[in-house]
Design a protein around this ligand. Sequence first.
Ligand code: PEP
Ligand code: MN
Length: 347
Amino acid sequence: MIFVLRADAMESDLQDLRARLEGLGFVVEQMSAMGRSVLGLSGDLDPTRLESVKQLRAHPAVADIHTTLRSYRLVARSSANESRSVWLGDLEIGGDAVVMMAGPCSVESKPQLFATAEALQKAGVSVLRGGAFKPSTSPYSFQGLGDAGLELLGEARQAFGLKVVTEVMDPRDVEKVSAVADLLQIGTRNMFNYDLLREVGRGTRPVLLKRGFSARIEEWLLAAETVATQGNDQIILCERGIRTFETATRNTLDLAAVPLLHELSRLPVVVDPSQGTGRRDLVAPMSLAALAAGADGLLVEVHPDPVEALKDGVQSLPLSDFLSWQPTFQRVARAVGRTLGPESRVR
Ligand code: PEP
Ligand code: MN
């Protein structure tokens, strides 16, 4: 870590800065580089001390601080061959097999959920998605069935032997949702809800942490770190698109995030091309692109009758379309050394 000093720094300020850094336990060496005075720091730097050091950016002797150190540690990748597997019971996410998660945006009724679950189970899909508690930008759009939706998810889980992923929005609901869900979804609007992150971190259910639509990669990883600091390190990241100047798609799906996160972090990465594009016609092509980029799973919105959907019908694939894409998804997965589908369902 390097502190670049202000050219007009007073000697007394410099001495004060040195003393503070040494007080934090660092060995400090003053050097000059390209005509500027700099302080080089050596010593062990844990994330808490890193934060204290960063605060010294406000010191009157400091012009800039340069660091290549990461502000997260528990979710960082520490070696090239480190496993990134998270287990939902007997189902591995982050291994050779890419895991397909599909289902309606929202649980709407028993016939809707069961028709979907039955078709998915037959196709060898392992995880059923469906929101019971829906975060909505508009208070006038469908808010989800709540407890009744959760109950239906529990019934479908039992009836079809599928794993269930569903969103939890309120820290007070974590226990209740954990009783049904195999995987707790934290939605894009809640990625910055640190009370909720800590609450799921205190539990034992794996967490699907969606990227905040305005979140940088580092902020997203720090949100995952917040979960992990509470003891639960079973975290899966889900890229679901970010807000950019482009309005032709609902969000801009940042697929470069997939290989980048694999490099930076030990967590598996799933892609949601449905929220990521907001357009049904783009969901399958972007699923293929996500597989090619190395995604460990896909989260896809499907519906038996998208025209009748209470939410996100425009981006939901009709079940029949989704099923007809499976062989192509599998071919791309195989092309990048992965498997997808029934043959890799349970280990
Ligand atoms: C969803 O999965 O239906 C959803 C609301 O996701 P996001 O939080 O990514 O918008
Ligand atoms: Mn949705």
